[in-house]
Design a binder for this molecule. Structure first.
Ligand SMILES: C[S@@+](CC[C@H](N)C(=O)[O-])C[C@H]1O[C@@H](n2cnc3c(N)ncnc32)[C@H](O)[C@@H]1O
Length: 253
């Protein structure tokens, strides 16, 4: 067994944190759309690094922060795909961030993706999959076919620690502004694993709760975004204790 001194551990942590800290200028209400997606992606890529040079779909890329991070840090070519943000707006972001040679903005619905089957080395979806993936068959029918054999789907999404009844239902529904669809996206890791199920065509190679839960939410609260301020009130009232960030890595056979 290798034992490291406390100083060495602190040093290793600060080297590991350096990558994400260099993106601090982007932790703002102009770019964040929820808990800090860069932190979430950074942790996923540390736990499951992608080989350089591959072709990656960033599914539900928001303002494109995660696509930019993938291009710069994982050194992959990215198809930045989102429904709520236009391709024109994201094209401008990618130009401003000097990644427009490696990141292509696409406006598309995950339920009807405009890509060739078997095209991607990886599909990454950060704080987005729960919006469209919480139904039986979505993963196998609408996501998996776009991966090459041996390709991986990597997602990090908000959920609950337990269910059913793991969260005070009334408060969760109130937090979601009474919107049943949003409410129904919050589930625990086991629920997601059961939904995705088992098949000879794929294998869940990692499932865990992300370590950066508190930091990712705190960055969002501190961004000054009006939704972040609202979310903090619910966390301060105890909601945070029921929640988790769920990480899954699934490999196509
Ligand atoms: C909360 S935002 C997160 C964005 C980004 N990943 C981030 O964390 O900054 C949710 C994202 O999911 C995407 N989304 C929701 N439903 C979608 C669908 N049916 N197809 C494609 N993208 C979808 C939205 O376009 C948006 O980019």
């Amino acid at each position: 067994m290798v034992c490291f001194s406390r100083e060495r551990m602190i040093n290793m942590n600060s080297i590991e944190n350096k990558r994400i800290e260099s993106y601090r200028n982007y932790f703002t209400k102009e770019y964040l759309m929820g808990p800090n997606s860069l932190r979430l992606l950074d942790e996923m890529l540390k736990k499951y690094p992608l080989p350089e040079g591959g072709r990656v779909m960033d599914l539900g890329c928001g303002m494109g922060l995660t696509s930019m991070f993938l291009a710069k840090e994982a050194k992959v070519n990215v198809f930045a795909t989102a429904l709520w943000i236009s391709a024109t707006q994201n094209a401008e972001n990618f130009r401003n961030w000097s990644v427009d040679d490696r990141v292509i903005p696409i406006h598309a619905d995950a339920n009807n993706l405009p890509y060739a089957y078997g095209y991607f080395d990886a599909i990454v979806s950060i704080d987005a999959y729960h919006y469209f993936g919480a139904k039986k068959g979505v993963f196998e029918d609408k996501i998996l076919p776009y991966l090459k054999k041996g390709g991986v789907f990597i997602t990090a999404m908000p959920g609950t620690k337990e269910e059913p009844g793991g969260v005070p239902a009334e408060t969760l529904l109130e937090w979601m502004g009474g919107n049943r669809d949003d409410y129904d996206t919050f589930h625990c890791r086991k629920w997601w694993l059961d939904l995705i199920g088992k098949s000879d065509d794929f294998e869940v190679v990692m499932d865990f709760d992300l370590d950066c839960f508190n930091e990712a939410w705190n960055d969002w609260f501190e961004s000054g975004h009006e939704y972040g301020i609202k979310d903090k009130k619910y966390f301060d009232n105890g909601m945070g204790g029921y929640l988790s960030f769920i990480g899954l890595v699934i490999k196509r056979h």
